[in-house]
Design a protein around this ligand. Structure first.
Ligand SMILES: C[S@@+](CC[C@H](N)C(=O)[O-])C[C@H]1O[C@@H](n2cnc3c(N)ncnc32)[C@H](O)[C@@H]1O
Length: 298
């Protein structure tokens, strides 16, 4: 795809940031292990959001932080053969999975590329820029969102989806509260993947950042949906201790966490047993902002 050659965003030339290294080295194997939660488990959330997206047949679309590529593939189906979708992500293993899934679909209007959205994106090429649960990890969110705006043609549209406050997302916050009964919070020097899932929860702050990044017509829509956090209690416990805010506390506590693993797992299992059970596993509530905006015409 021509677009893929349109930017210099090759880590061999720019060097990976500590956050990009963290995605590749620490998080990728965990995300692959829990892909059934992160992709299939969050599907209920996407199903609520996708029909509302301002994307049309024939659009050229950029999916930023596309992960395993499932949203890019869905978008490629929506825009049809006259349209085109490029998924960009900073993690090699996710892109390999995305390429493999794309090959299975037979779609010829989509492609994936490696890049850091905070460094550069192709400019002026797209009608619609999309990011599901990716912008929250930008260490410099204004720079990342400005690059996303510059990827749009004048008048082009963008939508990014981010988690709302921890209290509205017990599927992520409840386990952290349990783990903190046993372990200290991560210190200032903790290795992370960036600011984290709740960094864009505050409407006023995000609106201001988007204005500074140059967007206009900024709207926030709240979407609440149940998500699947594991096929059974042990799967959900393992997921929580590997990924997300509880996983960060556990990982950073190192040896102390391993010594107390039995107690922590038992307490988490008790808390998870109290959640709703569905045929395919354990269900909890989640809540996001679907934030849409425009690149000005001039
Ligand atoms: C929580 S995952 C969401 C993945 C996918 N959008 C989804 O909804 O399943 C966040 C994704 O953003 C990617 N990411 C984080 N920071 C990035 C950056 N600066 N540039 C490009 N991708 C980034 C990560 O590699 C990861 O795939």
């Amino acid at each position: 795809m021509a677009i893929q050659n349109a930017i210099t965003n090759n880590p061999a030339e720019t060097g990976d940031t500590e956050f990009v290294q963290f995605w590749n080295e620490v998080l990728a194997p965990k995300f692959i292990r829990f892909r059934h939660v992160l992709v299939d488990g969050l599907t209920r959330h996407s199903e609520a959001v996708f029909p509302r997206l301002p994307v049309r047949q024939g659009d050229r679309v950029l999916d930023v932080g596309c992960g395993f590529g499932d949203t890019a593939i869905k978008l490629a189906e929506i825009v049809g053969p006259e349209g085109e979708v490029v998924g960009i992500d900073c993690c090699d293993a996710f892109l390999a999975a995305a390429e493999a899934d794309l090959a299975q679909t037979g779609l010829t209007n989509a492609g994936f590329m490696r890049g850091d959205a905070e460094v550069a994106l192709p400019e002026g090429a797209f009608d619609f820029v999309f990011a599901r649960f990716g912008t929250m990890f930008f260490a410099n969110p204004v720079a990342g969102m400005r690059n996303m705006r510059k990827a749009l043609r004048p008048g082009g549209r963008m939508t990014h989806i981010v988690w709302r406050q921890p209290a509205d997302n017990p599927w992520l916050s409840m386990a952290k509260d349990v783990v903190l009964q046993f372990l200290p919070p991560p210190g200032d020097g903790a290795r992370t993947c960036g600011p984290g899932p709740f960094s864009m929860a505050d409407e006023e702050t995000v609106r201001k950042m988007m204005e500074i990044a140059g967007y206009t017509a900024i709207t926030f829509e709240r979407v609440d949906a149940p998500v699947l956090i594991g096929h059974n209690v042990q799967d959900a416990v393992d997921f929580q201790l590997a990924i997300g805010p509880a996983g960060e506390v556990f990982r950073e506590a190192g040896e102390m966490a391993e010594q107390r693993r039995g107690e922590i797992e038992a307490a988490l299992a008790d808390a998870i047993r109290q959640q709703t059970k569905a045929e395919d596993g354990i269900i909890m509530s989640s809540s996001s902002w679907v934030i849409s905006a425009r690149n000005p015409e001039t």
